[in-house]
Design a protein around this ligand. Structure first.
Ligand code: FAD
Ligand code: SF4
Length: 566
């Protein structure tokens, strides 16, 4: 009997465990496996195999039973009003993980292998030292323990593998990367680009840098990925592997090493702490089908469940040594939780350019990097925002007439006028009262305590939205756009889907949970390298930074593992 138990434990023992198979977990798996570590990837959702599990990827509009709409009866099970038939297979049902909104919070989740890497908009910009030095310079949150030079080689590492297209724009606050050829701005975006260049010295409109393969390199072909076809149906899953997802890229690469075991349908409950060794010894999961609790063991544990879930897992990892959550010696676990401010939105009508249209569909957009408070403090709010810009021509179908004429008109819609829109991505200043915690009584169907979100906008956010509205109105007016409408949507925190913080990095264990290698200060074989580790938010889309930080942390973990330090 004793032997049997030893065998069972051996079967469940790995060198490393990665929790979550999304953008950051995929990178942890790739780096750990490539470096020879036998790695278990635990994923709460179902298996999604690249290409074969994208059921709607090549469907024509008329092949959808409800023409894209989701019937009310089906919608009710998801508890959400906005759902599309094309992407219903990614949606999660309301009973999967209920949570308590102490303050309104919008939480978008992708629970399947690949996580939100199958849902994201693929915008990818590097941080600069204007971001890493921001908290120390402007006196908020705490100083980052790393600088741009620490992470720059890792940005290059992930960009080359993932495939990032863009221009080398030479901007000090938005460093250039290892770019594939850019997707072009269209004529209206180019017009606005010219207007900004003529009228402003502090801002530029550039082509958004994005994770699309515009010219496949050998490393992409080795992954079985090809050139983006500009269909812009990315969120159904891309059969060409044209954009970066964990499913198309990092996970199959890790699997090819023969070192990865992927276990879908495994809801991680908590991390097991060994009081004697003073280290984590493994992870407890609840099997999503049988509800059985199973333990897995490893010397290295990477927590990459997405920022909110990574906070939850640590908070739920209670032991004698850590009665309020793993690594929570200073009581800050779950605090300084933050996101991006997406409240500002604008649109306008464009006159002219009627002799021009676009060929194919642009899966990216234009981008104005942050221009407020970069070199000096020049507004009454801290930090700043970037702006996404997209212009396009609507279509118009003339439904007058009958017979042959009507059919022709329906089949060949006419191109309408151009219009343009702008959306802000503001840096939120993390504050202690914005936090996540676990409910002391309510549990989900897996027996895991429910999450309580307590995150609110600050006065700094309000001022920033107002400034966005004024600045966009001015820029659009100078470009000659008409009927400008710049508003504050008052959307909830979380609507940006860029959740960050709660397990922040720092130099001092008294004010942070993680060190500069993403190790929990008080439990150094646990690494957290998704959005939860972010000390501040910057104004860039964050996932490229999660990927680079994860690759850096994983390579450090490998070297420490090989030195037997973990
Ligand atoms: C519509 C949309 C557009 C976006 N656009 C952009 C963009 O343009 N640029 C950008 O940078 N970012 C964008 N994002 C955000 C981006 O998707 C996330 O930042 C990124 O996916 C985070 O990576 P992650 O590894 O932390 O989490 P995820 O990719 O979400 O992966 C986490 C994984 O962990 C699993 N998991 C969670 N809890 C558990 C548990 N208890 N046990 C086991 N597994 C668990 C989940 O099922 C999931 O598979 C967008 C997101 C959405 C939804
Ligand atoms: S636009 Fe490119 S990446 Fe997106 S689905 Fe089409 S081919 Fe794939």
């Amino acid at each position: 009997m004793a032997n049997l138990n030893i065998n069972a434990k051996k079967k469940n023992t790995f060198d490393a465990i990665v929790i979550g198979s999304g953008i950051s977990g995929g990178w942890a798996a790739k780096e750990l496996c490539e470096n020879g570590l036998k790695t278990l990837v635990l994923e709460r959702g179902r298996e999604v195999k690249h290409i074969e599990d994208y059921p709607t990827a090549t469907k024509h509009p008329w092949e959808f039973e409800h023409r894209g709409q989701v019937p009310l009866a089906v919608r009710e099970a998801y508890g959400r009003s906005f759902l599309r038939e094309e992407t219903l297979h990614w949606a999660i049902k309301a009973d999967e993980q209920p949570f308590v909104q102490e303050k309104p919070f919008t939480w978008t989740r992708g629970y399947h292998v690949g996580g939100k890497s199958l849902l994201w908009a693929r915008q990818t910009q590097r941080w600069s030292d204007f971001d890493f030095e921001g908290p120390a310079r402007d006196g908020y949150a705490i100083d980052w323990p790393i600088r741009y030079a620490d992470i720059a080689p890792w940005y290059s590492h992930v960009e080359k593998f993932a495939g990032i297209s863009g221009n080398k724009d030479g901007l000090p606050h938005l460093p250039d990367g290892e770019f594939l050829p850019p997707i072009e701005l269209n004529c209206v975006e180019q017009h606005l680009q010219g207007v900004l260049a003529k009228n402003y010295t502090d801002r530029q409109l550039i082509q958004g840098r994005c994770a699309h393969i515009t010219s496949p390199q050998p490393i992409h072909l080795q992954q079985g990925r090809g050139k983006c076809q500009h269909r812009n149906l990315c969120n159904r899953g891309c059969p060409f592997g044209g954009y970066f997802s964990a499913n198309a890229s990092t996970l199959p690469w890790a699997a090819k090493t023969g070192k990865m075991t992927l276990r879908p349908d495994s809801v991680v409950h908590s991390i097991i702490y060994d009081e004697k060794k003073g280290k984590a010894s493994g992870v407890r999961i609840v099997d999503a089908h049988t509800k059985e609790m199973i333990e897995y063991y490893a010397k290295v544990i990477f927590v990459n469940a997405g920022a909110v879930n990574s906070n939850m897992i640590l908070l739920n990892s209670i032991s004698e040594r850590f009665p309020t959550g793993l690594g929570n010696d200073n009581g800050l676990l779950g605090k300084y939780f933050t996101c991006h401010n997406y409240r500002g939105k604008a649109n306008a009508q464009v006159e002219g350019f009627l002799d021009k249209t676009t060929s194919g569909k642009n899966p990216s957009n234009g981008y104005i990097p942050r221009f407020r408070n970069v070199l000096k403090q020049d507004t009454d709010f801290l930090r700043g925002y970037s702006i996404g810009i997209g212009a396009g021509r609507g279509t118009f179908t003339n439904r007058d007439g009958i017979g042959e004429d009507l059919k022709n008109q329906l089949i060949h819609p006419q191109l309408g006028n151009w219009n343009v829109s702008a959306w802000m991505q503001g840096e939120c200043v993390p504050i202690e009262s914005n936090h996540l915690r676990l409910h002391t009584e309510l549990k989900d169907k897996y027996g895991i305590p429910q999450l309580i979100t307590s995150v609110a906008w600050t006065e700094n956010d309000d001022k920033m939205v107002k400034d966005f509205q004024e600045q966009v109105e001015e820029m659009f007016s100078r470009a000659g756009f008409k009927n400008i409408n710049a508003n504050d949507t008052k959307s909830n925190p979380g609507s940006d889907i860029h959740e960050m913080g709660g397990v922040r990095m720092g130099k001092d264990p008294k004010t942070s949970i993680l060190n500069k290698w993403n190790q929990v200060h008080a439990c150094n074989n646990v690494f957290v390298s998704d959005g939860a580790c972010m000390t501040s938010t910057g104004t860039q889309n964050p996932s490229l930074t999660y990927m680079a930080i994860t690759a850096r942390a994983a390579n450090y973990a490998v070297s420490e593992f090989k030195k037997r330090n973990l």
